[in-house]
Each structure stands twice: as C-alpha cells, then as structure tokens.
Design a protein around this ligand. Structure first.
Ligand SMILES: [Zn+2]
Ligand SMILES: [Zn+2]
Length: 181
C-alpha cells in the first residue's frame, strides 16, 4: 500500500478514526487504494461523500474541487489567513463532533488535530492536554471544584461528552474543547 499523504493539520487521521483501511473505491479517482475517508463531508450537491473519498484526493484538493466539498466548517476559525482556512476546509480530513466541530487555532495558524479523548485517554495518552481540557470546562461550561472533576471523569471517547485535542504547530501548546449533544 502507498504511504498516506501528509496532512499538516491532521497528522495521524488513521489514529483519530477519520481514515480507515477499506477496499471501497474512491468516487474521485475511481481507484481502490486501501484507505477511505469516513469523516464529515459537506457538499450542496453530493450527499454521499462520507465513506467514498480516498485520502489522496482530499490531500490534492481534487475531491473538494470535483464535488464542491468541504470537510470541516471553518466558519468559527479566528486569526488565520484565507490560505489556512482553505487548507483546513478543503484539503484536510475532518472529524465528527457531537454538535459542531471546531478547528482550534493558535499563533495565527490552525492547530494540529490529535484526536478524541475521554478521561481514560487523557490520563494515558494526552496527560499534557489535561490543563487545556480543564480550562475549557471552567470557561465554556462554567464548572469548578468537585463538579468540574466529576464532569472530567465522565468524559468519554466513544460516548459523550468528549474532549477534542489539538496541539499548536508553533508554540507546542495543547488546546482542547469539549462537546456533547
Ligand atoms: Zn481518490
Ligand atoms: Zn501557539
């Protein structure tokens, strides 16, 4: 199998679950390439794109162009250039969030998406991201003390609420938001 293309802002889309091994053909290049994108795809005309595009057609921008598709809603991203919005929206695999995905930014650039996390993943793989998650629970969910700890312990990768972990490509700071239905 060919090595996967490099996505600056989504460095390991197989680990995050946005790209899976699959024998499905890609609608863009009509080839079976061993991997398929299973994250969100937004297009006014084509409503069956999720599970039907290969990572190479996403990386090259040909999938976005051919199907008028975007893979992340970049509407809420602040302090980044049009070029960054374009790369995140049309040439980077997106990810599923409960309500509304947010691609976090830092140092005037999009951050790299590292994955979904519950309390277990935060305590094992993403210990350095714990302060960012707790900050989000304080600021966005107005939690403190025992209430915050209880909410934190209830975070789940497969259930909800879920934490979404990012890391700045410049200052290396971890960033996070928490979403639920
Ligand atoms: Zn393709
Ligand atoms: Zn930064």
């Amino acid at each position: 199998m060919e090595p996967l293309p490099t996505f600056k802002y989504h460095p390991d889309p197989v680990a995050t679950g946005s790209i899976q091994q699959s024998e499905s053909p890609c609608l863009g290049c009509n080839r079976i390439r061993g991997y398929i994108y299973v994250g969100p795809a937004y297009s006014e005309k084509f409503h069956y794109l999720s599970g039907s595009l290969c990572p190479w057609c996403i990386a090259e921008g040909s999938a976005a162009k051919r199907f008028g598709a975007t893979f992340t809603d970049t509407g809420l991203m602040e302090d980044v250039s049009e070029a960054v919005l374009e790369e995140v929206g049309t040439r980077t695999p997106g990810f599923e969030s409960w309500q509304q995905e947010q691609w976090l930014t830092c140092c005037e650039d999009a951050a790299a998406f590292l994955g979904l996390a519950g309390a277990a993943e935060l305590k094992s793989r993403f210990t350095e991201a714990i302060p960012a998650v707790k900050r989000c629970l304080e600021d966005d969910y107005d939690l403190a003390g025992a209430e915050l700890e209880e909410f934190f312990d209830g975070l789940s990768k497969d259930g909800q609420p879920t934490a979404y972990i990012f890391r700045c490509l410049h200052c290396n700071r971890y960033l996070a938001y928490v979403d639920q239905t």
